[in-house]
Design a protein around this ligand. Structure first.
Ligand code: ADP
Ligand code: MG
Length: 366
C-alpha cells in the first residue's frame, strides 16, 4: 500500500490543511506514536549537506514488501544517500570521469553526438524549457564561464583569501562557448558544439529530490519524510500526528537564522538560491556562484535570495536559479508561467511573494 497524500496544484490553497491524520494509508497500523520509527541523519553528498527525517511504520505496521527486511534493518536514509552518490558519480558530475555529463562534454563537437540516457534526457528537457521561458537567464551551457570563475572551488559560506578576477577578454571568450539554443537533442543523442560544456549544478540537487520521491513512493513502510539536499527540500507523505511539514527559509542577511517557515503537506519541492551560498569577496565586492549568462559575471539583479516551490525538484531548482538571475519583476512572471510559488528577498531586505506563498509562509519573530 502506498502512503497516500494529496497533491494540489497550488500549495497555498490547501497545503496548510494537512488533515490526512493517520489516514487511509495506515488503516492496518494503529495511530499511536509507538507505531512509527523516526530515522534521522545528516551526511555529505553532492558536495553539500544531506539531512533526512524519515518516518517508518514500525512493528506490526512494517509492510512485507520491504524486501523481507526487519524493521531495524530497513534503513531508507542509507539507500537514499547511496542513490544521491551514484547519481552524482554516474550521471551528473561534470568533473568525475565516467559520469554521463563528463562523457557528453568530452564528445562535444563530435558529428555523431553523444548517447543520452532517458533520465538525463528528461532532465535536459526541463532545463531547456526553463532556458527558453527565461530568455536564457537559466542556461546549463554556462560550464565554460563557471570553470573560468572557478566557482566550484569556493567553499560554502564565502571565501576571503586571494582571488584574481578573470580578465574581461577571457570572459567574452568563454561566453562564445555558451548558448542553450545551440544544443540539439534527437533520437536519444545530444549534440553540443565543439568546446561547449554543460553544467547541471543548478538542477542536480532538485533532480535528486525527484529520484528520492520515486524511491519513497515504492517503499510502503515510509509514511512521511522531509529530506534536504543542500538548498533543495522535499516533503513527502504525512507526519504521524498529521501536522504540516515546516520548512525553514534561510535569512540571506544572517544565514545562521531562518527568515521564516513554510508549512506544506507532502509532495512538494522547495529550492532556494542565494548569493550567500558560495562566493568570494574582492575589494569589498561579492562575486557569487549564480552567473548572468548574458554578461558572464555573477548576476546582479537586486536579489539576495529566491525560494521556489513546485511539485518537481528539478523544476523548482532551475526556477530558483533563473528567478535569481532575472530579478523581481521578470522572476515573478517566470514563476507564474509555471504556476510556481515564489519568495524573493531583495538586496534592500524587501520580501516579495506570490499570493499562494503568503498563505503558507510565516515570518520569524525578529
Ligand atoms: P546551489 O548549487 O548553491 O544550490 P543554484 O541552484 O542556484 O545554487 O545553482 C548554482 C550553480 O549552477 C552554479 O554553481 C553553477 O554550477 C550553475 N550556474 C550558475 N549560473 C547559472 C545559470 N545562470 N544557469 C544555469 N546554471 C548556472
Ligand atoms: Mg537552482
Amino acid at each position: 500500500m502506498k502512503p497516500s497524500f494529496e497533491k494540489n496544484k497550488k500549495p497555498g490553497k490547501t497545503g496548510i490543511i494537512t488533515a490526512v491524520l493517520c489516514g487511509a494509508a495506515f488503516t492496518l497500523a494503529a495511530c499511536g506514536k509507538d507505531d512509527y520509527r523516526l530515522v534521522n541523519s545528516t551526511d555529505t553528498a553532492m558536495g553539500t549537506i544531506i539531512s533526512q527525517r524519515i518516518y517508518v511504520v514500525s512493528g506490526n505496521g512494517l509492510k512485507e514488501e520491504t524486501d523481507g527486511k526487519t524493521d531495524q534493518e530497513f534503513a531508507p536514509d542509507r539507500d537514499i544517500l547511496n542513490m544521491i552518490d551514484t547519481m552524482e558519480t554516474d550521471e551528473l558530475s561534470w568533473r568525475i570521469e565516467g559520469s554521463e555529463v563528463y562523457r557528453i562534454n568530452s564528445q562535444a563537437g563530435a558529428p555523431e553526438g553523444a548517447a543520452l540516457s532517458s533520465e538525463l534526457s528528461e532532465l535536459l528537457d526541463i532545463c531547456l524549457d526553463v532556458s527558453e521561458a527565461s530568455d536564457g537567464a537559466f542556461d546549463i551551457t554556462i560550464g565554460d564561464v563557471a570553470r573560468l570563475w572557478n566557482i566550484d572551488a569556493w567553499s560554502s559560506g564565502g571565501e576571503t583569501g586571494e582571488y584574481i578576477l578573470p580578465p574581461p577578454e577571457a570572459i567574452s571568450e568563454a561566453l562564445d562557448n555558451t548558448g542553450y539554443e545551440k544544443i540539439d537533442m534527437e533520437n536519444g543523442r545530444i549534440f553540443l558544439p565543439e568546446n561547449m560544456s554543460i553544467d547541471l549544478g543548478a538542477v542536480g540537487k532538485g533532480a535528486a529530490l525527484d529520484r528520492i520521491e520515486d524511491y519513497l513512493e515504492n517503499e510502503p513502510s515510509v509514511s512521511g519524510a522531509v529530506i534536504s539536499v543542500g538548498g533543495s527540500v522535499l516533503t513527502y507523505g504525512t507526519k504521524p500526528d498529521g501536522a504540516s511539514w515546516n520548512i525553514g527559509i534561510v535569512d540571506p542577511f544572517d544565514t545562521s537564522r531562518n527568515l521564516g517557515v513554510v508549512s506544506l503537506e507532502g509532495g512538494w519541492c522547495i529550492s532556494t538560491s542565494g548569493d550567500y551560498e558560495r562566493f568570494v569577496e574582492v575589494d569589498g565586492v561579492r562575486y557569487h556562484h549564480i552567473m548572468d549568462p548574458e554578461s558572464g559575471y555573477p548576476a546582479d539583479s537586486g536579489l539576495h535570495g529566491v525560494t521556489v516551490i513546485t511539485e518537481s525538484g528539478a523544476l523548482s531548482d532551475a526556477l530558483s536559479t533563473a528567478c535569481f538571475v532575472l530579478g523581481k519583476e521578470r522572476g515573478l512572471e517566470l514563476a507564474e508561467k509555471y504556476g510556481a510559488e515564489v519568495l524573493m528577498v531583495g538586496d534592500d531586505g524587501e520580501i516579495t511573494m506570490t499570493d499562494g506563498m503568503t498563505e503558507i509562509f510565516n515570518l520569524s519573530n525578529q
